[in-house]
Design a protein around this ligand. Structure first.
Ligand SMILES: Nc1nc2c(c(=O)[nH]1)N[C@H]1C(S)=C(S)[C@@H](COP(=O)(O)O)O[C@H]1N2
Ligand SMILES: [Mo]
Length: 505
């Protein structure tokens, strides 16, 4: 009994030591190629989209710990088995670690843009695990002294157990160091942002009334929509943005290169095509970045026949953006900052595309790493293949934040309010409200921060007891009014008028 405990402990100590060393090597070279992490990430990336969508619906997007934990658990079970195997077949047990290392190395090498060095952390893991295993069995385990099956006395067993425990302890320390080193290269908080020269005036305070969405959305509150189960770990030191395809010059920019270019900062409201009328998939932030036109100029696209920018993220996911729209003079940018901070990992660290006026799925590529100048005839992006529109301007829309649907409010003066946006239609010129189908009346608007940004609105309503229906619609500066025609988000964005039913008591 004690023998098998010793063997299991030996196998686990070998694996833990190997992984810790592999993680240190990764932290110093390619933090995103750490052995356990890279297998977990690869499993996620290789998961078929329908399964992924199902999993996102079931568990939300916070299940990376589950996946990485499962990979770690499987590794530990295999390591324990190897430990038991090692007593009689040391080199077969070593083979188990070779196999585990090979799986991790393969996972690292199969990633888009992988380099040969991505396999080194996994190789180091296997080498160290085997070394520890051999050391425990040959060096101290008594194998060298006793021929044939191990007949070591209790003293040896205890010594091996203690040694395994010591190895695990040291490995834990090494692992902590590895995390600290890796986090310096993959954590937004550790990035120092340059300061933009071209900055809008400070964002006005905005309307502060209970229930009305704040004028600026905090990074932690900003909606998140993407196809990922887990957030990619991107190493800022090795990250590159490549501009290729039909270009005059192939360009590769590091984060430092980007940050050294002229920077702009802009208030832009991002909207998801999947947002239902009245939905939450919309947010306003101040983005810091490099003008897309400046980036593309470096690649010299004057003679390009491209009609789209096919952008690719670090995991190979693609988004296409109509080139002529992106470059029509709007403030399209490669953003590296959000509300004065480096991009949060949820929102595309270290860089993303922002194209004002287009829904996110055609203009807001997060974790961007490549922009390929090509044509819609030649190449299709992720959502295009799934039937979504290629040209998807944001439709003018408004949202009633307060009162809430089916809320009961006291009779008297009631604040009705919310936000409205019309980024592709010149901005919000007015918001109109109709209560119980009375004629539309214009309401009070909050301050403006430009056409690309939403506006708050409110109305003081003298509410009489009974059931009432409140409807709101946005009127854009170009004269268009929010459409009353109901449309589902698929394929180019929802439309219709939101109606909120309330009881006044
Ligand atoms: N790499 C990548 N970028 C992406 C997506 C994605 O799934 N993967 N989703 C897009 C969609 S549909 C939207 S609406 C915006 C959302 O950006 P946010 O999560 O920062 O709000 O990101 C866009 N960029
Ligand atoms: Mo979206």
């Amino acid at each position: 009994m004690e023998h098998s405990l010793r063997d299991v402990a030996g196998g686990i100590a070998a694996a833990v030591a190997g992984v810790a060393v592999g993680d240190v090597v990764a932290a110093l070279t390619r933090p995103d190629a750490a052995p356990i992490l890279v297998v977990g990430t690869q499993v996620i990336d290789l998961t078929p989209t329908p399964v992924k969508e199902w999993a996102i619906a079931q568990f939300g997007t916070a299940d990376k710990p589950i996946l990485v934990g499962s990979v770690a658990a499987v590794t530990l079970v295999a390591a324990a088995a190897a430990g038991i195997l090692a007593r009689r077949h040391l080199w077969t047990a070593a083979g188990v670690f070779v196999a585990l290392g090979a799986v991790a190395a393969l996972a690292a090498l199969l990633r888009p843009g992988a380099q040969f060095i991505d396999a080194i952390p996994s190789a180091a893991t296997a080498v160290v695990a085997i070394a520890v295993l051999v050391l425990l069995h040959r060096g101290i385990g008594g194998r060298s002294r006793a021929a044939g099956p191990v007949t070591a006395g209790d003293g040896t067993t205890r010594r091996t157990l203690l040694l395994s425990a010591a190895v695990i302890l040291v490995a834990a320390g090494v692992e902590t160091a590895a995390r600290r080193i890796a986090s310096r290269r993959t954590t937004p908080a550790d990035v120092v942002l340059p300061i933009a020269k071209d900055v809008p005036r400070p964002l006005p305070e905005g309307v502060e009334a209970r229930g009305i969405t704040p004028f600026r959305t905090g990074n932690a509150e900003f909606y998140r929509v993407d196809t990922r189960l887990s957030l990619p770990t991107v190493d800022i030191d090795t990250w590159r943005l490549t501009i290729d395809g039909d270009v005059g010059r192939l360009v590769t920019l590091s984060f430092e290169d980007l940050a050294a270019m002229p920077l702009i900062e802009r208030d832009i409201t991002l909207t998801c095509v999947s947002n239902e009328v009245g939905g939450r998939y919309v947010g306003g932030a101040r983005w810091l970045g490099v003008r897309l036109s400046d980036v593309l100029d470096r690649a010299d696209i004057r003679r390009s026949s491209a009609d789209q920018i096919l952008s690719t993220d670090v995991a190979g996911m693609t988004i296409s953006t109509p080139l002529s729209i992106a470059l029509d003079g709007r403030d399209s940018m490669i953003a590296i900052g959000m509300n004065g901070e480096p991009l949060p990992r949820e929102h595309g660290f270290p860089a993303r595309l922002i194209v004002p006026g287009l829904y996110g799925f055609v203009g807001a590529t997060k974790w961007i790493t490549r922009m390929t100048l090509t044509t819609y005839a030649r190449q299709n992006a992720y959502w295009t293949k799934r039937g979504w529109a290629t040209d998807a301007p944001i439709k003018p829309s408004s949202r009633i934040d307060t009162p809430r649907p089916f809320e009961t409010v006291r009779s008297g003066m009631v604040t009705v309010g919310g936000i409205a946006w019309a980024q592709d239609s010149g901005g919000v010129a007015a918001v109109e409200v109709s209560i119980d189908d009375a004629p539309w009346q214009t309401v009070t608007l909050g301050p403006t921060a430009g056409q690309d940004y939403w506006r708050q609105w409110f109305l003081r309503w003298k509410a009489a007891p009974g059931r009432h229906t409140i409807a709101a619609r946005a009127v854009a500066a170009n004269g268009s009014t929010q459409s009353a025609t109901r449309a589902t988000p698929f394929p180019d964005g929802s439309s219709g008028i939101q109606r909120v039913v309330v009881t006044v008591a």
